[in-house]
Design a protein around this ligand. Sequence first.
Ligand SMILES: [Zn+2]
Length: 125
Amino acid sequence: MDENINRTATIAQALAHPLRLRILELLREQGAYVMHLTATLQRPQANISQHLAILREAGLVQDEREGMTVVYRVVDPRIFDVIEQIQQLDLVRRESTEWAPQRAHHGRGMRCRCPRCRGDYAQAR
Ligand SMILES: [Zn+2]
C-alpha cells in the first residue's frame, strides 16, 4: 500500500482520542511540560506519557529536554487546521462539540508546579 496512505492513517489514529486532542490544544501556543499536562488534565503521568508517545510516534509532537524536565511541542501547527476542519463538518456540529481553545496555562485555583506555572504564581504575587 502507498506509504502516504499509511502515514495518513497513523496521523488520523493519533488524533482519534479526546485526551490526545486536549493534549495537542495544551501544547498549541508554546508547548508544555509533562507535569503541566498531568495537572491540567488530572490524569496520572503514565497515562499522559502513553498518549504523548502515540502523538510522538505519529510525528505530531516532539520532546525537548529542558533542564531537569521535558517540554513537548507541536511539530507542525497546521494540524490544528485539520482538527478545525473536522470540527466544521456538519456531522460534528450536530453534536455541538465546541473546539474551544484552552489557554495553554490554566487559571487560578489549579495547582501545577511546572516551571512556567511556578513563574506565573510568582508574578501574580
Ligand atoms: Zn504548568
